[in-house]
Design a binder for this molecule. Structure first.
Ligand SMILES: NC(=O)c1ccc[n+]([C@@H]2O[C@H](COP(=O)([O-])OP(=O)(O)OC[C@H]3O[C@@H](n4cnc5c(N)ncnc54)[C@H](O)[C@@H]3O)[C@@H](O)[C@H]2O)c1
Ligand SMILES: [Zn+2]
Length: 300
């Protein structure tokens, strides 16, 4: 057992758990089972990655964020005073076991947080999945058990495919950052009052607008994304004021940033990303384009 929430993803908890395993005399034939949300998955995964130089981990995710995102791809780690996830290791799970019935007991906000990542997966790689989410938005939002298994399965398949092509994030794995450049800016600038998935939903609306404004994606893409997120119960506009310069600053767009350029992962259509093997992300130098995109979600 670990304490509730992000605070458990600490070096102190990593030490306590590792020492406990040593006290109990577990050897190299041990395996760790990470039963819980993304916090438990990242922490227990990091314990497994480092215990006796690495023992297997089985991820048993119990939140939607953990099922469709954290448990897949092998990123493990803990937070530091300098930021989240700064100490960690890549350690692929020996197996991932997910039971969608676990999702029925989540709070609404926690459940929806995971839905933002599912919409992101659809935009990145699978227009049929986007259509399926669109056709079933009310049932998915209402956690119809018949829909939860295909939801988790499809998102896992997409994330696993991307990660298999690029385990260490040297190339196409960057596409998983869609919605996260502006999303992270909003999450941090809001003082973490917004959940990660809520900030990502806003980021998806803003970044698809950016893609359309830059001529990379069709004009109807941002409204389609916005309508789907809204029907899934995710925010598509800010209800509290946030200053654009504060968000830009968090995003690294200050005078120090290299030539004032931010690289974005942007879609070219529902189910396809802009970019090439020479450059998986798109550099945006015009700050005006970014502030215009943020205006669409009520920033500025
Ligand atoms: N490694 C990765 O690639 C990756 C990807 C995405 C997120 N993450 C990490 O995951 C964490 C967020 O994960 P999270 O959203 O699952 O948060 P979390 O692990 O804190 O879980 C959210 C809450 O749900 C509770 N909970 C867990 N399962 C439940 C269930 N079945 N029913 C009711 N309540 C339940 C938990 O006790 C907690 O209060 C962050 O630390 C983030 O950095 C990692
Ligand atoms: Zn995310």
């Amino acid at each position: 057992m670990v304490p509730e929430g992000e605070q458990a993803k600490s070096r102190a908890e990593w030490t306590r758990l590792s020492d406990q395993l040593l006290d109990l005399g577990f050897g190299r034939d041990a395996a760790i089972i990470a039963l819980g949300g993304g916090v438990v998955g990242d922490l227990a995964g990091f314990v497994a990655a480092t215990y006796l130089r690495g023992v297997p981990v089985v991820q048993v995710p119990t939140t939607l964020v953990a099922m469709v995102d954290a448990a897949i791809g092998g990123k493990t780690g803990v937070d530091t005073g300098h930021g989240k996830n700064l100490i960690g290791a890549f350690h692929q799970p020996a197996a991932v076991v997910a039971d969608p019935r676990c999702l029925l007991t989540l709070t609404d906000r926690n459940y929806r947080s995971g839905l933002a990542e599912a919409v992101k997966h659809a935009i990145i790689a699978d227009h049929q999945y986007f259509g399926w989410l669109d056709d079933n938005a009310e049932g998915v939002a209402g956690r119809d058990l018949k829909l939860l298994a295909p939801l988790v399965e499809t998102s896992v398949r997409i994330k696993a495919e991307v990660v298999t092509r690029d385990e260490r994030e040297a190339g196409p794995r960057a596409h998983l950052n869609l919605g996260h450049t502006i999303g992270h800016g909003i999450e941090q600038a809001s003082g973490y009052r917004l959940r990660h998935g809520e900030a990502v939903a806003l980021g998806l609306v803003a970044e698809t607008s950016l893609a359309a404004n830059l001529g990379l994606a069709p004009r109807d893409l941002p409204p389609r994304v916005k309508t789907l997120l809204d029907r899934l119960g995710l925010p598509v506009a800010l209800t509290e004021p946030l200053r654009p310069d504060v968000v830009l600053n968090v995003m690294g767009y200050d005078k120090k940033a290299s030539r004032g350029t931010i690289r974005f992962s942007l879609p070219s259509a529902v189910g396809a990303m802009a970019g090439t093997p020479a450059a998986w992300t798109v550099p945006v130098t015009d700050q005006g384009e970014i502030t215009a995109a943020m205006k669409t979600i009520g920033i500025g």
